[in-house]
Structure formats: C-alpha cells, structure tokens
Design a protein around this ligand. Structure first.
Ligand code: HEC
Length: 647
C-alpha cells in the first residue's frame, strides 16, 4: 500500500489460448450522460467520495452493468433507486461502466482516476485441463474445515521455509474473495462478476464464468451430484445459491431466491455437512435506512438449509425471533417497524457430533428489543430449531449515518459491535470442546457448545465499528490467534484523515494476539508495526497516498510453525505461533506486479477480508481490498501466490 516491477510468472510461458475480455474505450454517449445526471442526483452522495462501506464510483466501474442494474432492481440498492425506470437504470449502469474508461492520466488531487481498459486484464486459458485430485494439503472452504479452524495441518511447506516465500504469480481482479484450493485447482469469485477456476501453480485459467454476482469464497465438496465428483457452491448477492461442477464450470442447479427482502444478500460462504448446505443471510439495510422515507427496518438475519442434491430449501430460521410490528412515525412521517437486524455475514460452523450449526450475528437496526443481535446462535441441523442463542451486547441499535442525526436513527445509537467472524469449534486438551467467537468490540469469547453459557471473555482490542475483531480468527491445535483491527481508533495516526476524537474511542491496539482457548488468557501480543506504506494505485480518495493504516482486520490463517496475517497498510506477515515473533514480512504495495492476466504494473493495496489460504506448498492472499475501511483499494486488486523462493 512503492516501486520496482516484479516480474511475475510470464503469461506467455503457459503457451495457451488467449480469451480477450477487456472492454473497448467508449466515448461518452447520450445514455451515459443521462446516467451521470441520475448518478449525481441519486447516488453520488454515498458513492463519490465513497462513504461507509459503499464502493467508490471508480470501484463500481469494474462491476458488470447487469450487476449494477440488478442491485437497483431487486438488490441492495433498490430503496435508493425507487421510481427509476429501466432505461434510467441502464443509463446509470452505462455511465458507471463505460464513461470512465480511458487513459490512466494523473488526476488532479481529489479527482477519481478511471480504471484503464488495460487494467481489466486478459484471461489466459490453460493448455491442459487435468482432473481434480484431492490431496492432504487442500484448503477447500473458507474456514478450511467444518469447525472453521483456519488451520492447515499439512501445508506442504516447512516453517523454516516461510522466510523464503516469494511471489510466484499474480492475477489482477476487482475485489477478489478468499481463494480455495484443491490439488492443482484454485477457485475465486470477484466483484466484477467473474467466477474463476485457475491453475493453482501458474494462474492460467481453467474456466471462467461471467455475470456471477457473488463474492463468497467458493466451497469445494466431493459429491455425486457433480459429473466430475467435485462440486463448488457460491452464494449470490441476489439471494440465490448456485452449484457447479468444479471441473467443468457447468451449472448443476440454481436455488430459488431464499429471501424476499431486497436489501438482503449472501456474503458468508455456505457450509456443507452431509447432504445439507447451510447458507447465511446478511443485509444492506443499514445504508438503505439512511433515507427518511425508508420504513426502517424489516431485515432479519437467517440461516437456510438447502438440500445439497437439488438446492431446495429444507428450513429457514430467523435469528431475530420477536414479531415484526409497526412502531412509530419518524419525523419525516414514515412509519417505522422492528425489531430487525442480526445479519449473518460470516460462514456458519458445523458441529457434526451435536448436530448443530453455529452462526455469529450482527447488530440490531431499531430500538425495538431483540436478543438475536450480536449473538452466537446454535441451530439444529435437522429441524432448524434454535438450541441456544447467547447475546453478548444488548441494545446495539445501529444504522449508518447517525452522526448526522437522521430521522430513522434509533435512540440511543449503539456502537455497531457485530460479530463478523465465524465461530470456531475447538477441541481442548482435556477432551472438552468450546465455541470461540470474536466481536468488533475487540472482545473474544469462549462458550459452552451444549448450552451457550459464557465460559470466558477477554478484551483483546479496543473495538470500533470496523473491528476490533472484524473478519475472522484462526487456531492451531493449542492456541487461538486473534487479529485486532481497531481501524477507526487509528485514524488519528494518519495525516489527512478526518479526526475521530468525537467518537471517544479508546486508543487502538492493532496487532496479532495469541490466546489460550481454554481460559482466554493472552499468551502473547505483537502490535502491528508502524511500517513504511504508500498505496501506489489508490484511486478512491484524495488523501489516498497518506491513508495507510496498520489495522490488522483480515482473518489470519495458521499452519504448523507459522500464522499468516495481513494489515490494511498492505503488509503480509508470518508469526511464530508460540511466541508471536514476526518471522517473515512482505510489503504487497512496495512493488507492482506484471500479472498472469497480462496487466502491467498492477499495484497492490490493503489486505483485508477473509485472509490467506495455505495449500500445496503455497500461500495465497488478495492485496487491494476496497473494504469497509475504504482505504488502500485500487478498484482493481491483485491475487498474490507465494511459494518457497518463488519456484
Ligand atoms: C445512502 C447511501 C447510498 C446511496 C444514496 C446509494 N448507495 Fe449504492 N451503496 C451504498 C452502500 C453503503 C453500499 C454497500 C452495501 C453493502 O455492501 O452492504 C452500496 C452498494 C452499491 C452497489 C454494489 C452492490 C453489490 O451488490 O455489491 C452498487 C452497484 C450501488 N451501490 C449502486 C448505487 C446506485 C446506482 C445508486 C443510485 C441510484 C446508489 N448506489 C445509491 C450506499 C448508497
């Protein structure tokens, strides 16, 4: 998040067919001019400059036009697009996706830079299509296993080799998910609507599907429903789940929409257990509720069980169980409703022994009481019945924009302490098990898997609306590894960022922490270093060049002798799991990358989101995530594949 060009694996060496997909440069058309007018009137206030977790206008230019229209028609932006005609929506999409494509000139300070056509890349197809073979070193789901351990026991590289990791290949894409790996195959989705199967060792393309509105980590499952014996599943923002043959990319089934509320979506990876697929639902109602005429709020987080063979819904369980009812008129005369909230944005965790699925829920959106928000909820696999639900923060009532005292804001406004990390089911040395959970408050918890009773809680970080503990935690067989973001608490460290003193946040404690899973005792702590940083490619913010923040927000991943964890300022590091000592550091932004998909000098950016995968002697991470912190993104980002000595 500086200079020197790294020669990644040369695409030409693959000797493959080339599938050109880059968009032509398109001059401003009347449609896009109309689109610009509508965008400026209806969308710009949140998207340029981007606020909260909204993608910047430039980031939106990497989306498919169909996805943008879809978001306005029956997706998360439909409340914002109310009253727009089909041709209005097409015009907005035309403006966003074409008008900005042009030479990548140096912009005036504060101006958004367009994504150059060349930065969209060329998909270089692999020459051969080897069968998928499982190996002991695969990483096939976001948490690696059903317990969400994020621990790779057979990494295919030794701890002593970690210090020799170098980039073997890189691949430019817009907002990629965490990759999954099986044998020589790697699977990844991204925000421009592409779902890729890549060669894990070289980055050439085995197959690519376009127009897939998913950003979930693809889960890879051995299953007879797939002709090749391997199926992959993704959840779309449009509330459908799709199953594909992992070898061919052919669709096996597409579920019906599993939720009617248009602001709902799927961001957490679906988890497979036996012949069931468990899908979590999250929402974009927090931004929608900013609008005074929006009847805030009605979304309720839920878990849906699908039949793995057909995609048919078996049951659906809402975590907010109190009935929805009208409450009062807001100052703009709109009837409010509630309770609402409890979005599940992370992957569920399966407990085969108890027949339970654990989910972690987000905040409440209204001031109507609910016990389903900021909770860990255990749901019976067979029936969908809630076995237990343990709320850790009451009355955490929050929507976006309440610093401006909007008419829909709850009273009082809560701190926005969602659970965004998957719960982890951990087996202790004494044979007992414990559910480990981490919250944006910076607090980690241990709970009894049978009853949900709190066993311990430890304040590790200071906490903020963007973590605390944001995306995930990892374990090995002895310890719990907690990455602390505290990103908002750190704004004061960064020249040019708006001051946050008004938020009265405690000083940030970003870093990686090792905890005893039995007691929550902190065994070691390693603060995130203050390290040199410069986002070479940031096009999203006028203060971009200075906005490097050492928040440790991404989910970590572990192997014997090393824990990998990235920071929002673009550093990727490995830690000794016993002492917390940093054993390897790599700045993903100190150089640019000539990518396998033929993008020259692609910059990296912040590391955030679902974190690295370790498989087959290699370590994979996305660099450049224009995530919730909205810093260090390039709109086009890069998947980095590391191997020992880059071989
Ligand atoms: C009140 C603020 C606000 C307004 C107004 C707004 N947006 Fe958004 N938009 C957001 C936020 C916040 C997100 C991120 C939502 C999320 O990820 O939950 C978003 C996401 C999106 C996305 C990505 C959706 C996806 O599936 O990933 C698109 C496309 C989009 N907005 C387009 C628009 C358009 C077009 C308009 C105008 C018609 C608009 N937005 C108006 C705040 C806003």
């Amino acid at each position: 998040m500086r200079v020197g060009v790294l020669t990644a694996f040369a695409a030409g060496a693959i000797g493959a067919a080339v599938l050109a997909v880059s968009s032509p440069v398109v001059a401003q058309t009347p449609a896009s001019a109309i689109g610009e007018t509508i965008f400026n009137a209806r969308c710009k206030s949140c998207h340029e400059p981007a606020m909260d977790r909204a993608p910047s206008r430039v980031a939106l230019s990497a989306y498919g036009a169909a996805q943008i229209v879809q978001a306005m028609t029956n997706g998360v932006m439909s409340p914002m697009a109310q009253g727009l005609s089909q041709s209005d929506k097409d015009a907005v999409a035309a403006y966003l996706t074409t008008a900005q494509v042009g030479p990548d000139a140096h912009p005036a300070p504060g101006a958004a830079r367009p994504i150059p056509a060349a930065a969209r890349g060329v998909d270089v197809m692999c020459a051969t299509n080897p069968p998928i073979h499982e190996t002991p070193t695969d990483w096939r789901s976001v948490g690696l296993d059903a317990n969400s351990s994020r621990y790779q026991p057979n990494p295919g590289l030794k701890a002593a080799d970690v210090s020799k990791l170098q980039v073997k290949w890189s691949f430019a894409m817009s907002g990629g998910s965490m990759p999954t790996v099986i044998g020589d195959w790697l699977f990844i989705t991204n925000r421009s609507g592409k779902f890729y199967a890549l060669d894990a060792k070289t980055g050439c393309v085995q197959w690519v599907l376009e127009g897939v509105g998913a950003r979930t980590t693809p889960a890879i499952v051995k299953s007879s429903i797939s002709p090749s014996g391997w199926a992959t599943f993704i959840g779309e923002r449009t509330r459908t789940v799709r199953a594909f043959d992992a070898q061919s990319g052919k669709e096996i089934w597409k579920s019906a929409q599993i939720e009617t509320n248009p602001v709902a979506g799927i961001t957490g990876t679906a988890v497979v257990s036996g012949d069931q697929l468990f899908v979590p639902l999250t929402s974009g109602e927090e931004p929608a509720a900013r609008q005074p005429n929006y009847p805030c709020c009605s979304f309720r987080g839920s878990l849906v069980a699908l039949d793995l063979a057909t995609g048919k819904t078996q049951w659906k369980t809402f975590v907010v169980t109190e009935p929805l009812h009208p409450t009062h008129k807001n100052s703009a005369g709109t009837m409010m409703q509630g309770p609402a909230g409890g979005a599940i944005w992370s992957a569920p965790t399966a407990d085969l022994k108890r027949g339970l699925v654990y989910v972690a829920t987000g905040d409440s959106y209204t001031d109507e009481p609910t016990t389903g928000a900021d909770a860990i909820v255990a749901i019976e696999m067979k029936t969908g019945k809630i076995r237990w639900s343990t709320q850790v923060t009451e009355k955490d009532n929050f929507i976006m924009g309440c610093e401006d005292k909007l008419p829909n804001c709850p009273t009082p406004v809560g701190p926005d302490y969602d659970f965004g990390a998957s719960p982890i089911l951990f087996s202790l040395a004494n044979g007992k098990q414990i559910v480990l959970a981490g919250q944006k408050s910076g607090i980690a918890y241990g709970m009894d898997p049978d009853t949900g009773k709190l066993i311990w809680k430890t304040a590790v970080g200071s906490g903020s609306a963007l973590g605390g503990i944001e995306w995930g935690m990892a374990t090995d067989r002895k310890r719990l590894f907690v990455a602390i973001s505290d990103v908002i608490n750190l704004f004061d460290e960064v020249p040019g960022l708006p001051p946050v003193t008004a938020d009265k946040l405690a000083p940030g404690k970003p870093g990686l922490y090792g905890l005893d899973p039995a007691t929550g005792k902190v065994l070691w702590s390693t603060p995130a270093p203050k390290a040199p940083c410069h986002y070479a490619g940031d096009r999203s913010r006028d203060y971009a060049k200075g906005a490097c923040i050492r928040a440790q927000s991404a989910a970590p991943s572990a192997m014997p002798g090393a824990v990998f964890s990235g920071t929002v300022d673009g550093w990727f590091r490995a830690y000794d799991p016993a002492s917390g000592k940093i054993i390897w550091s790599f700045s993903t932004t100190a150089q640019t990358y000539n990518t396998v998909n033929q993008v020259k000098a692609q910059p990296g950016g912040s590391i955030d989101g679902m974190g690295p995968a370790i498989a087959g002697g290699m370590v994979y991470t996305m660099s450049g995530f224009q995530g919730a912190a909205n810093t260090g993104g390039n709109a086009v980002n890069v998947l980095l594949a590391f191997s020992v000595d880059g071989k």
